[in-house]
Design a protein around this ligand. Structure first.
Ligand code: SAM
Length: 306
């Protein structure tokens, strides 16, 4: 396991810290300065974050660690700010109870996804991840409901008329999403895929950032992974602060946010996936020439018989 000294990178209102979130939150981020915090911490379920184990010795140690950064995050949030917080289904009840005394929990969201893979066989496999949506002041917070409308199935698909109204009116075709969100997980073949075990979908962060911030607001993600939050913040003209302890994941963020092209002399490029290598090979041609320069043979490399 590699441990690095904290590094900071900044460009056009987007800051990336490579280091320990707890240390950076304590020493680098001003209190009452952040409009939106999205937290997707390690879940204490044994994932492998590039050699860093996502498993604490005891559940109590995981929760004490979590409570420490939860307190810090609440301090960093502006009075009008919002906090979205995730963890595994088994630890969310502890987070929920801990937060109830400190902030207003407005929604308990279920991010549901379908899974074509084999699920648990002897119990009901997990098909969702919980998200708490919290605000500091329930009478003064940003919620751009008009920017996140979804189809109202009854209204938009069946074109029904509500005859209980006088005069009768068509059902609404759009509505504010409820607290069950259906977004596919990031899969290997999706264009947004990065090499990380728990990357969150762009669509999920788009909904959160559009709803809970305005252009120019500051979005913080203390456990950035592939920097989905900062990336989406940038596409939506918000500012961002992303923190990540792992150097390789930090390099993904530097590339995704176009902060640097090179890192320690290494060109930052997206890793080529297996199906892309095959395509590249198929597209490459091989041309053989006679010594006098006449073209003898031209073929796709993959056609060459050994
Ligand atoms: C669940 S993942 C976040 C994934 C992210 N939301 C995304 O879309 O890619 C949690 C991340 O926290 C990082 N991490 C773990 N401990 C950390 C710490 N103390 N400070 C900063 N980052 C940490 C891990 O390396 C991992 O990338």
């Amino acid at each position: 396991m590699k441990v690095f000294k904290m590094q900071v990178f900044e460009k056009d209102g987007h800051i990336i810290y490579n280091g320990d979130a707890l240390e950076i939150l304590s020493n680098q981020i001003d209190d009452n300065s952040i409009d939106l915090i999205f937290v997707d911490p390690p879940y204490n379920i044994g994932k492998d974050f590039n050699g860093r184990k996502d498993k604490w010795d005891t559940d109590k140690k995981y929760l004490d660690w979590s409570y420490y950064w939860i307190d810090l995050l609440i301090k960093k949030l502006k009075l009008t700010g919002s906090l979205y917080i995730m963890t595994s289904t088994q630890f969310m009840p502890y987070y929920d109870i801990y937060l109830q005394d400190k902030i207003n929990i407005l929604s308990r969201i279920v991010w549901y996804y379908d899974s074509s893979g084999v699920q648990a066989k002897n119990y009901y496999g997990s098909m969702y991840e919980p998200i708490l949506f919290c605000v500091k002041d329930k009478n003064n917070y940003t919620f751009n409901s008009g920017d996140i409308l979804v189809d109202a199935k009854t209204g938009s698909k069946r074109k029904l008329i509500d005859y209980r109204k006088n005069p009768p009116q068509p059902y609404n075709t759009e509505k504010v999403p409820g607290n069950v969100w259906d977004f596919p997980r990031v899969r290997y073949r999706m264009p947004e895929y990065e090499k990380h075990p728990t990357q969150k979908p762009i669509a999920l962060l788009e909904r959160i950032i559009k709803a809970s911030t305005n252009e120019g607001d500051i979005v913080l993600d203390p456990f950035s992974g592939t920097f989905t939050t900062s990336y989406v913040a940038k596409t939506l003209q918000r500012k961002s602060i992303g923190i990540e302890i792992d150097e390789d994941y930090t390099k993904i963020g530097l590339r995704r946010l176009s902060i640097t092209e090179k890192y320690n002399g290494e060109k930052l490029e997206k890793e080529i996936r297996t199906f892309e290598t095959k395509k590249i090979l198929e597209q490459q041609t091989l041309t053989l020439f006679e010594p006098n320069g006449t073209q003898l043979y031209k073929t796709n490399k993959t056609n060459i018989k050994k």
